[in-house]
Design a protein around this ligand. Structure first.
Ligand code: XMP
Length: 518
């Protein structure tokens, strides 16, 4: 565990709990998110946080069985900040009264600052009106002893409360979302000002500690790392190599469904630039052979997932096995979050890039990125001197182009799609839009359309272009390119890619669409 100032976030099931952690990490504070019901007092003491934050949550403290923080946290002498449901349970557990039945308040709200406290210092002055983001139904009606009001709104008379003798604070609003303009700064006032954190969590520090941890775990053992060409496995590989050098071998299973030039780039970057021992297995014949005649999207995924495992195992056996398997698992994949019902059940997501890992593999796992969020992995990659083409790359699905070719996948279709995709992404980069977009790609449609080129009639394939913005891939908005840009791209594709004579742009958001077409 990292030896830094730490804050513990107790999760009561809010959709935005992870954002609290994001905001804290951005100011150099190491923090962890635990389900409220997994926070045994002795575990909290061992973690030794400088302060505790109670997240929001969907439950109502007016219900008998609703979640509560462990009573012992109030005996630890630690600063506490309760947010939304967290504020209500804080108040209820300290003897205040919370009532339901008030008009629910959702979204943007304006509060009037009526007092001062350490949280608002340098940010909110008495008498000012400030914008915040609310999302609640219940409200506190009687404050616990020792508390006073610092900000109020019509719908939330106790929008911000404080008991500064005990260093307890509560907000009815969500400071962790960007819609609360001073939210991040309010949180920083809590962590740095009230809790005394120094902001000592830096990527340079993380790099050094992660290397020491990997060395301690791996010893003289051999490590295998599956490379996908994506950001996570790439950064994990370079970090591991820095830690254990030649004890690491990377296996890159090339299914023949990558974008143009990507396999070459993986080989060049890892083998030539970073001197990492890399097995590049070109298994495109095998994958495309088994995909022949298959049109169902789930079937495609299953076939690719199964073959990936088979080929990976084959290569690993050729190497004579290893003691450790490295994975680019990230913090969002390991956070146990309270389920949406607020009940005691927890959901643990496990992440596999392609369909799962061989069962019965007797290697131990090394997961050097499991404390990091995606954008922190990118920062680490830059810290390790990795090229921007890899570190800043858009997400790419494990099954690759197979799920961007509705209908049967053939080598010819994959080649055609690669050409379309190359032109599209080149134009996006030239327009300086690559980093503003979460994911952009082309889809080869299983239809032929009539066109006219020169004096001749064409009867060729149609394609769709897709570009979305998103923060986590769970929801997405189509990217609003200007028509001039789209016209330019369409023109280039039809002129440069023989076999495609029509271009469409997908303007579906998620939901109801998904990002990929299959
Ligand atoms: P959807 O299409 O579900 O995609 O909106 C959300 C994100 O997940 C990626 N995706 C996949 N990634 N294996 C993966 O590794 C898959 O089978 C898969 N399907 C979708 C997609 O590219 C997007 O980033």
């Amino acid at each position: 565990m990292t030896q830094h100032d730490r804050i513990l976030i107790l999760d009561f099931g809010s959709q935005v709990t992870q954002l609290i952690a994001r905001r804290l990490r951005e100011t150099g504070v190491y923090c962890e998110v635990w389900p409220y019901n997994a926070a045994a007092p002795e575990r909290i003491r061992a973690f030794s946080p400088r302060g505790i934050i109670f997240s929001g949550g969907p439950a109502s403290v007016t219900e008998g069985e609703s979640p509560r923080a462990p009573a012992e946290v109030f005996d630890m002498g630690l600063p506490i900040l309760g947010i939304c449901y967290g504020q209500q349970t804080l108040a209820a557990q300290l003897g205040g009264t919370v009532e339901g039945g008030h008009a629910a308040e959702f979204g943007r709200a304006v509060v009037t600052v009526t007092g001062e406290c350490a949280l608002t210092q340098g940010l909110w002055a008495k008498g000012n009106k400030e914008t915040v983001w609310m999302s609640h139904g219940d409200r506190i009606t009687v404050l616990p002893a020792g508390f006073r009001v610092v900000a109020e709104s019509e719908g939330a008379p106790f929008a911000l409360i404080a008991d500064e003798s005990r260093h307890y604070y509560g907000t009815m609003f969500h400071p962790e979302v960007v819609h609360t303009p001073h939210g991040a700064a309010l949180l920083k006032n809590f962590t740095h000002g009230v809790c005394g954190c120094t902001g000592d969590w830096t990527m340079a520090g993380f790099r050094a500690e992660a290397i020491a941890r990997i060395r301690a775990q791996v010893g003289q053992g051999r490590v295998i790392c599956g490379l996908s060409g994506g950001v996570d496995s790439s950064v994990a590989a370079v970090l591991l190599h820095e830690a254990v050098g030649d004890q690491l071998t990377c296996i890159y299973v090339d299914h023949g469904l990558m974008r143009a030039g990507e396999s070459e780039q993986v080989v060049k970057t890892f083998r030539d630039r970073f001197n990492i021992t890399l097995v590049h297995r070109d298994a495109s014949d095998l994958f495309l052979g088994q995909l022949s005649g298959v049109t169902d999207p789930e079937q495609k995924r299953k076939i690719i997932g199964r073959l990936f495992i088979e080929v990976f195992e084959e290569e690993q056996n050729k190497l004579g096995g290893a003691d450790f398997l490295a994975q680019g698992t990230l913090y969002p994949d390991v956070i146990e979050s309270v389920s949406a019902t607020g009940g005691p059940s927890v959901t643990i997501k496990s992440h596999h890039n392609v369909g799962g890992l061989p069962e019965g593999m007797r290697m131990k796992l090394v997961e050097p990125l499991r404390e990091l969020f995606k954008d922190e992995v990118r920062v680490l990659g830059r810290e390790l001197g990795m090229p921007e083409e890899i570190v800043g790359r858009h997400p790419f699905p494990g099954p690759g182009l197979a799920i961007r070719i509705p209908g049967e996948v053939t080598r010819e279709k994959a080649d055609l799609l690669r050409k379309v995709d190359t032109v599209y992404l080149e134009e996006i980069r030239n327009a300086g839009l690559y980093d503003a977009i979460w994911q952009a790609f082309a889809v080869l449609l299983p239809v032929r359309t009539v066109g006219v080129m020169g004096d001749g009639r064409t009867y060729d394939m149609a394609c769709a272009l897709r570009a979305v913005t998103s923060t986590d891939g769970m929801t997405a908005e189509f990217y609003p390119f200007d028509m001039g840009f789209l016209g330019r791209v369409a023109n280039r594709i039809v002129n440069e890619v023989r076999g495609v004579n029509r271009v469409t742009y997908d303007i579906t958001s998620k939901p109801p669409g998904t990002i990929e077409w299959e």
